[in-house]
Design a protein around this ligand. Structure first.
Ligand code: GN1
Ligand code: MG
Length: 365
């Protein structure tokens, strides 16, 4: 593998001499590597993009390039550092945004931003507030982006689409696992209507479409050593969708006292101080443009995205584990249970969540 990776790396316009290439991170979809170079040359991130999931990687890279170019213009205008506060795509030696190898695998690279910290969970409300500011600022900087983005993942957070996939997988029962998860299937079915009702507001235009990130878990934000938010990474899923995806997915990740795949369900519940911290940071950056319909659905979006995650993990389990990387054959089921516990905790705390959003909005207006 090492040798293959070196060969792949020769196709990118990397400065300096590559010294070492090693695996990085815990992504559930792509394979990620750190490319270390000799001496003072920059280091890079190299990724094999998952072509089973991303059907049009050239269009995805084009989206990422458009978004990062727009962000960099804004960052420069605000006196920031465009190489540290936004991702920088590193092209191939023939000027392309991706490299396709002999086995038709797609590779892409970007500059590694040094001296940063990533977190798997939010250990304080102050850190959560910084994360909220990061996504809020990201959305604010992209709010006036005119260039259209390709819809490279049709139906990504669209519940109508998710239920179509769901109905289809349940009908086929490809791995013969349906019978053992009847109880879990009921968790999904009993919430079908309320979840579709939120997406209906996006379909009718009541909730507007904007440029959004769509995968805002805490590990997709780089913090500096002082705990300030620096840069939003993992831009594979930048799309035109609703801001609620980004807020909801962040709440799903930041506020969880346990792990996404925690086997001990007692560890998993919503930390309300983290909820308040994240929401205050997020609203401080977005209050100038976010609409009343968006505000009104913020708290619900946390339940929506967490529910979607329960559905997606369970659907992948029933389907025979074709989407997410798994460590063993029960992994998707363990994730299903852990995310369902989180959803239940959100449901128990829902009134408090709504109250916190209301109070913060009043303070900021
Ligand atoms: C996937 O691969 P990663 O970790 O960036 C997934 C997200 C899920 C997440 C759950 C394209 O993200 O939607 O929320 O796993 N990305 C895609 O951890 O499906
Ligand atoms: Mg991702």
């Amino acid at each position: 593998m090492e040798e293959t990776l070196f060969k792949i790396s020769e196709n990118f316009a990397f400065e300096g001499t590559v010294k070492e290439i090693r695996p990085l991170g815990e992504g559930l979809i792509n394979d990620t590597f750190l490319v270390e170079t000799e001496g003072n040359s920059p280091n890079y991130i190299l990724q094999r993009k998952n072509k089973n999931i991303f059907k049009d990687i050239p269009a995805m890279m084009e989206n990422i390039y458009k978004v990062t170019s727009h962000l960099k213009k804004k960052i420069v205008a605000q006196g920031g550092d465009p190489l540290r506060e936004a991702l920088t795509v590193t092209p191939t030696i023939d000027g392309k945004l991706y490299f396709k190898d002999k086995e038709d695998q797609y590779w892409a690279a970007c500059l590694r931003i040094e001296d940063t910290i990533t977190y798997e969970y939010a250990d304080s409300p102050a850190l959560a507030a910084q994360g909220g500011k990061g996504i809020g600022k990201f959305q604010a900087m992209l709010a006036d982006m005119k260039e259209p983005l390709s819809d490279i993942l049709p139906g990504f957070h669209n519940m109508r689409f998710r239920f179509q996939q769901w109905d289809d997988v349940l009908k086929k029962d490809p791995a013969g696992r349906k019978a053992e998860v009847q109880e879990e299937i009921n968790w999904i079915e009993s919430r079908r209507e309320e979840m579709l009702a939120l997406w209906a507001k996006a379909e009718s235009g009541e909730i507007p479409t904007r440029v959004t990130h769509n995968d805002t878990k805490i590990s997709n934000i780089l913090f500096d050593k002082q705990g300030n938010v620096l840069c939003v990474i993992d831009l594979d899923t930048v799309l035109s969708s609703i801001v609620l995806n980004d807020y909801g997915d962040a709440i799903r990740s930041y506020t969880n006292a346990g792990k996404e795949d925690d086997e001990n369900l007692d560890n998993v519940y919503v930390k309300m101080d983290i909820f308040e911290g994240y929401t205050s940071g997020y609203l401080s950056e977005t209050i100038s443009f976010i609409t009343p319909a968006e505000i009104e659905n913020l708290a619900f979006s946390a339940k929506y995205i967490t529910f979607e995650q329960v559905l997606r993990f369970l659907m992948d389990y029933i389907d025979g584990d074709n989407y997410y990387k798994v460590k063993n054959e029960k992994h998707n089921l363990v994730r299903t249970h852990a995310q369902y516990k989180l959803l239940q905790s959100m449901e128990e705390n829902y009134d408090k969540m709504c109250q916190i959003v209301d109070d913060l909005v009043k303070k900021l207006k």
